[in-house]
Design a protein around this ligand. Structure first.
Ligand code: SF4
Length: 351
């Protein structure tokens, strides 16, 4: 039985390539399609009530029903391990809820950058998500007036020169709305780069249409960061989505998360980084999994991450070599893992 036969409609559906159709047919909570992957209904119901389950038909079609330990299954399907208590983990380790106090939908952790919360949904609820405890009630910008207020807030702080539009996934908004977000900040003379953080090239690549790529490319300030975590996510559809963005003049970088049993081997990382380079996506960061509640089962010990970093450096050139970093609560920059090991200041459970 092919993988796509486990999706609600299958790749043969005439509207398979229409991203809005994909979103209307998302597989959520109690959908019978999930039972094909060996997760019990009881686990799905318990986890879904705390951490919503949702997978686009496209992302579901990549999963492997014959292997519960498949690296893509682990990122997409709920696990009872998400509900275990974990000392030292937090709902919001980076204080992002507090960060929104400056202006609705804006979070500022670094002096020269702000994060704009443009959406509270994604094409797939990744089980390892850093914001899994925040997204369901995140304060996002929903109105034109809120967007104008956020742009005014940035304009009044000329030291801010970079804006990251994220969420949730901003590319689930309409073309018109995505463009409005980008324009609001790209038009500020102080802004050198508008970064768009999105996982749609991985989980909903049909969302990247020629029209969307062209309208983002026009600004000449847009950079796109995506998150491929495994080489099997680099499908022909994903490659085509990335090609549209690159050919519209948009630099593409990838920020992976180092995830236990997903990509925590030198071979898996080599395949991922080589595959990304092949489709002209720069492997930029490998993040240690943050100390967020519900993600302990994904965390990789820091000493192992350091070893993987060295092994990968021996196999790929600099252009395909990401930096292995920790995003530490309270730090004003991403901390290289070697430095963190030396200072003994790794987050709990990462060593
Ligand atoms: S796409 Fe990003 S923000 Fe959305 S669930 Fe996945 S990791 Fe979280």
């Amino acid at each position: 039985m092919s993988r796509s036969e486990h999706t609600p409609h299958g790749r043969q559906h005439p509207r398979w390539h229409d991203w809005r159709w994909q979103m209307r047919h998302e597989v959520t909570g109690r959908h019978p399609a999930l039972s094909a992957f060996g997760v019990t209904e009881e686990v799905i119901a318990r986890v879904h009530s705390r951490y919503p389950v949702c997978v686009s038909p496209y992302a579901l079609s990549l999963l492997d029903p014959s292997n519960p330990g498949d690296p893509l299954n682990l990122q997409a399907l709920p696990s009872a391990r998400e509900l275990r208590d974990e000392p030292g983990a937090a709902d919001d380790p980076f204080g992002e809820r507090r960060g929104t106090a400056c202006c609705r939908g804006l979070i500022r952790r670094f002096p020269d950058r702000v994060l704009v919360m443009a959406h509270d949904r994604c094409a797939m609820a990744c089980r390892h998500c850093t914001r899994k405890n925040l997204l369901p009630d995140a304060e996002v910008i929903r109105t034109t007036a809120q967007l104008a207020a956020a742009a005014d807030w940035v304009r009044a702080r000329p030291e801010v020169r970079e804006v990251l539009i994220s969420g949730g996934d901003p590319l689930l908004l309409s073309d018109r709305r995505v463009t409005a977000f980008v324009k609001a900040f790209a038009d500020l003379p102080q802004i050198d780069a508008v970064r768009v953080g999105t996982r749609v090239p991985v989980t909903l690549p049909m969302r990247v249409t020629p029209a969307l790529a062209a309208s983002l490319g026009k600004f000449r300030k847009v950079w796109v960061n995506t998150q491929f975590n495994h080489a099997r996510e680099i499908t022909p559809e994903a490659a085509a989505a990335c090609a549209l963005l690159v050919e519209a003049g948009i630099p593409l970088s990838n920020q992976s998360v180092l995830l236990k049993n997903v990509n925590d081997s030198a071979d898996a990382l080599f395949e991922l980084c080589a595959g990304l380079q092949r489709i002209r996506v720069r492997p930029y960061y490998i993040f240690m999994c943050d100390p967020v509640k519900g993600t302990a089962h994904f965390r990789v010990p820091l000493v192992k991450a350091r070893r993987l970093e060295r092994e990968l450096a021996a196999r790929v050139g600099g252009l395909a070599l990401p930096r292995f970093v920790i995003d530490r609560p309270g730090a004003y920059r991403k901390v290289p893992i070697g430095e963190s090991l030396r200072s003994g200041s790794a987050p709990c459970r990462s060593r």
